[in-house]
Design a protein around this ligand. Structure first.
Ligand SMILES: [Zn+2]
Length: 78
């Protein structure tokens, strides 16, 4: 929105950009951020899996990749 000052304390809106402002918000929804795939080999079963998937998979001791299945099975070692 363009606002310019005229004289002492008088503000006039030019109204030039009003239409473009409203449209920008609709575009945002399609850009949902997803974690990039990172394929790791499970330390236990040697299955290849995406460690960034939204499941139980994690790095055991911050180093050894556990797939979702093994993470659940060996979860108590966490
Ligand atoms: Zn596994």
């Amino acid at each position: 929105m363009n606002i310019r000052f005229i004289g002492r304390g008088n503000i006039e809106e030019t109204g030039k950009d009003k239409k473009t402002v409203a449209k920008d918000e609709e575009i945002c929804e399609e850009e949902v951020e997803e974690k990039p795939e990172k394929i790791e080999e499970c330390y236990i079963c040697h299955k290849k899996f995406n460690i960034n998937a939204d499941d139980e998979s994690y790095y055991w001791k911050g180093k050894y990749p556990f797939c979702a299945h093994c993470a659940e099975f060996y979860g108590f070692y966490r």
